[in-house]
Design a protein around this ligand. Structure first.
Ligand code: ZN
Length: 152
């Protein structure tokens, strides 16, 4: 008797939890960066990863509304390029935006590892993704920063 009453309730709670998680995910995915770059959500505060026209990596820290904020002395290292010859990028503060000293090598679909430390002794926050520089035909952003829901 008891089992038959508890089970439908448990299923209802579980499915409403699953729905909520799905909603949050969709909502977060749709927010573009201030320069049309990718928002790194594993990094706190979040940061926008953007490749400039001269293939430098530009990192802009953003608040929860996606508005640019000044960096607070974070130490950033980005590793990208061919797996056999990765480029380790260091960053300089240029007008409250971090710009890489090195350029992204020619090519496409490089693996990217972004490491952000809030201080010299703190544990780095890490985000990894594929740097697909092709333009998305739907939202017109680069695929690495694509905000639409189409399958890749
Ligand atoms: Zn898109």
């Amino acid at each position: 008797m008891k089992t038959t009453r508890i089970l439908p309730l448990a299923i209802a709670i579980l499915s409403s939890l699953a729905l909520q998680a799905g909603d949050n995910h969709t909502h977060e995915k749709k927010v573009p960066g201030p320069n049309g770059g990718r928002i790194l959500r594993s990094i706190e505060p979040h940061a926008e990863f953007f490749v400039t026209a001269d293939r430098k990596v530009q990192l802009t820290f953003v608040d929860d509304e996606g508005k640019a904020i000044a960096p607070a002395g974070q130490i950033v290292i980005v590793t990208t390029g061919e797996r056999s010859a990765p480029v380790k990028m260091t960053f300089a503060n240029n007008d409250n935006v971090l710009v890489s000293d090195q350029s992204v090598p020619l090519g496409n679909n490089f693996p990217v590892v972004v490491q952000v430390k809030t201080g010299p002794d703190s544990k780095p926050l890490v985000e990894k993704f594929t740097l697909n520089l092709s333009k998305c035909s739907v939202c017109n952003l680069s695929e690495y920063a694509c905000i639409c829901e189409h399958a890749h």
